[in-house]
Design a binder for this molecule. Structure first.
Ligand SMILES: O=C(O)CCC(=O)C(=O)O
Ligand SMILES: [Fe+2]
Length: 194
């Protein structure tokens, strides 16, 4: 598979454009939109409660709860089609994953704010494999200390974006809102929870 290294300081990033065949990725999108147990959690921002601007679902091969942004989620078992993608991601990344956090961006008004995936449960240098299905969205990166360091990339249908090494220590990422996108996107982030 063709791999494209993204060269930024204090990071280890690889983009695999053709991780899934486009048509297959669209089929997975349709199945997952219909069949995943989607939920919309509340988050507290500056003391005020809001609904998260996206839907989420959590899957794991164990029953350990996962807490991120102050939300604790109890995982479901991996459904068969998701296991297929997990195994393929494990082959490409050369590591095993325990957990998949799925995000459904219903359209361009759904988003994810600036954060790093640096929860303790993920271990020191987490390997995060992020598979994109459906509408193409922009992914922004910014360095935590060096404010002039920024990067943007397009996450295409069927792609896998791998973040590992020091990346989560030094960089934050976000999926911004956009008026241009009216179609849904699912992002599958495979993680290893210790
Ligand atoms: O939707 C994406 O590509 C990013 C998702 C993400 O950053 C996360 O789940 O932590
Ligand atoms: Fe993230």
């Amino acid at each position: 598979m063709q791999e494209e290294k993204i060269i930024l300081p204090d990071s280890d990033l690889i983009y695999y454009r053709d991780f899934l065949v486009e048509k297959e990725a669209q089929q997975f999108l349709k199945i997952f939109i219909e069949e995943f147990p989607w939920r919309q959690d509340k988050i507290k921002l500056f003391g005020k409660e809001h609904l998260q601007p996206r839907l989420t679902a959590l899957f794991a091969d164990n029953a350990k709860p996962y807490t991120y942004s102050g939300i604790t989620m109890q995982p479901d078992e991996f459904p068969e089609p998701l296991l297929k993608i997990k195994h393929r991601a494990e082959e490409v990344c050369g590591t095993k994953f325990t957990t998949c956090l799925a995000n459904l961006y219903r359209d361009g008004q759904d988003s994810m704010g600036w954060h790093a995936d640096d929860e303790k449960e993920l271990g020191k240098n987490p390997v995060i494999a992020s598979v994109s299905l459906g509408a193409e969205r922009m992914f922004h990166l910014k360095h935590k200390q060096e404010k002039s360091l920024k990067h943007k990339l397009r996450l295409e249908n069927g792609s896998l974006f791998l973040m590992q090494g020091l990346t989560q220590h030094f960089w934050k990422h976000q999926i911004p809102k956009t008026k241009k996108v009216t179609a849904p996107r699912i992002n599958l982030t495979f993680r290893k929870i210790k």
